[in-house]
Design a protein around this ligand. Structure first.
Ligand SMILES: NC(=O)c1ccc[n+]([C@@H]2O[C@H](COP(=O)([O-])OP(=O)(O)OC[C@H]3O[C@@H](n4cnc5c(N)ncnc54)[C@H](OP(=O)(O)O)[C@@H]3O)[C@@H](O)[C@H]2O)c1
Length: 331
C-alpha cells in the first residue's frame, strides 16, 4: 500500500460526535477497536486499509490495550507503525486509548491494578504506540487484590506525568465506578469514561451501571456491540470459514453463536423493515437513548466498518419497534 496517505477532506461531513457529559471531550458515535484483526496474523496492508478508511469516515477514536494481539502487544505495535506512516500529522485530530489490567508479562507485576503494573504498562504501551501520550488510559478491569485507592493513585500519576489526558475504567461494577469517581474527583484527575460490554444480547449494565453513568455524567463506550459478530448477517445461515466463530478464538465459539441465532434471525426481520442491516440496527439501538457516547466496534474488513457507520442514518426507533425487540429478547 502506498505511503502517501492523504485523508479525505470530507471526513467530518457525516460522523456524529457526542460530548461526554462531565467533560468537554467529544467522541465519534462509532469508534474502532483493535482487540481482533490487528495482531501479527493479519496482513499489515489490511490493517492499514481499515484504519485509513476509518479516519476517512470521521472515526477519530481508536481503542487499544496492552494485551491486544496476537501476540500481546502486537496491536499497539501495528497501530504505532500505521500512526507513524499515516497519521502523525493528524495527532491532534485523534483520540487514542489504551488499557492495562489483564495478564501482560510474567511475574507478579504484569497483571491487575497496582501502581507498579499500571505505570510500567503505560510506559511500555507508549513505546509500542510510538506516542508521547495517550488520550485515554484505562484500568481494564477491577482488581480486587489492589485497594481502589492505589489504582486511583496510579491513574492520577499517569495523568500528572503527562502520559494520558484523561483516565477511565472498564468492566467495573456500578459501586466501584462510583467510588473511583469520588477518589479521582478528590485528586482532581479527569476521570471521564467507562467501557462496559453492552449489546442487544448483553444488557447487564441496564440495571445499575447505566443509570450510575448517567448520574455521574461519565462517558460510556460500549464494547462488543455486535456480540463479536453474532448481531450481524454473518451467521444467519451458516458459520463462514473466515469468521471469528470459525477461528480458534476462545472468546467466540460456534456453540455460542447457535445459542442466540434464532433471536438474531427474528431481529433481522425488524432491521429489514427499517432498511438496515442487522449490524446497523444493533448499533442504532445502542445509541437510541443518548446515554452511550460511542459504540466501539471491531471489523475484519473495511466494508464492515462502512456498513456500521450507516447505522447513524437512522438511530430513532418507534415504540412498536422497541417493544417488538423486547419481546424477541425476552423469549
Ligand atoms: N474493555 C474490554 O474488556 C473489552 C473487551 C472486548 C472488546 N473490547 C473493545 O471493543 C472492541 C470491539 O469488540 P468486538 O470486536 O468484540 O466488537 P463487535 O463489533 O461486537 O464484533 C466485531 C466483529 O463483528 C463482525 N462484524 C463487524 N461489523 C460487521 C458488519 N457490518 N457485518 C458483518 N459482520 C460484522 C466481524 O466479525 P468477523 O471477524 O467474523 O468478520 C468483527 O470482527 C475491541 O476491539 C476492543 O477495542 C474491550
Amino acid at each position: 500500500m502506498s505511503n502517501n496517505y492523504l485523508p479525505s477532506d470530507k471526513r467530518y461531513d457525516k460522523m456524529i460526535y457526542n460530548k461526554i457529559p462531565c467533560s468537554g471531550l467529544k467522541l465519534p458515535a462509532i469508534s474502532l477497536g483493535f482487540w481482533h484483526n490487528f495482531g501479527s496474523s493479519t496482513p499489515f496492508d489490511k490493517q492499514q486499509e481499515i484504519v485509513r478508511g476509518a479516519f476517512d469516515m470521521g472515526i477519530t477514536h481508536f481503542d487499544l490495550a496492552n494485551n491486544y494481539g496476537p501476540t500481546a502487544g502486537a496491536a499497539e505495535e501495528n497501530f504505532g507503525r500505521i500512526f507513524a506512516e499515516d497519521l502523525k500529522a493528524y495527532r491532534d485530530e485523534l483520540i487514542i486509548a489504551t488499557k492495562a489490567g489483564y495478564d501482560m508479562w510474567s511475574g507478579p507485576y504484569g497483571n491487575g491494578g497496582s501502581l507498579k503494573y499500571l505505570v510500567s504498562s503505560c510506559d511500555q504501551s507508549l513505546k509500542r504506540l510510538r506516542l508521547d501520550y495517550v488520550d485515554i488510559f484505562y484500568n481494564h478491569r477491577r482488581d480486587t487484590e489492589t485497594p481502589l485507592e492505589e489504582t486511583a493513585m496510579a491513574l492520577d500519576k499517569i495523568y500528572r506525568d503527562g502520559k494520558a489526558l484523561y483516565v477511565g475504567v472498564s468492566n467495573y461494577l456500578a459501586e466501584d465506578t462510583e467510588k473511583m469517581s469520588q477518589l479521582l474527583a478528590d485528586l482532581k484527575t479527569p476521570f471521564v469514561i467507562h467501557q462496559p460490554n453492552y449489546s442487544l444480547l448483553n444488557r447487564e449494565i441496564e440495571a445499575e451501571l447505566k443509570p450510575t453513568l448517567t448520574q455521574l455524567g461519565l462517558g460510556a463506550i460500549a464494547f462488543s456491540p455486535l456480540a463479536q459478530g453474532i448481531l450481524t448477517d454473518r451467521y444467519l445461515t451458516n458459520v463462514p470459514e473466515d469468521s471469528r466463530a470459525h477461528s480458534s478464538s476462545q472468546f467466540l465459539t460456534e456453540e455460542r453463536v447457535q445459542q442466540d441465532i434464532e433471536k438474531v434471525r427474528k431481529l433481522n426481520e425488524i432491521a429489514k423493515r427499517r432498511n438496515q442491516t442487522m449490524a446497523e440496527m444493533a448499533i442504532a439501538w445502542l445509541l437510541r437513548d443518548g446515554v452511550i457516547t460511542s459504540v466501539l466496534v471491531g471489523a475484519s474488513r473495511l466494508s464492515q466498518l462502512q456498513d456500521n457507520v450507516k447505522a447513524l442514518d437512522n438511530i430513532v426507533f418507534s415504540a412498536e419497534e422497541l417493544s417488538e425487540i423486547e419481546m424477541i429478547l425476552e423469549k
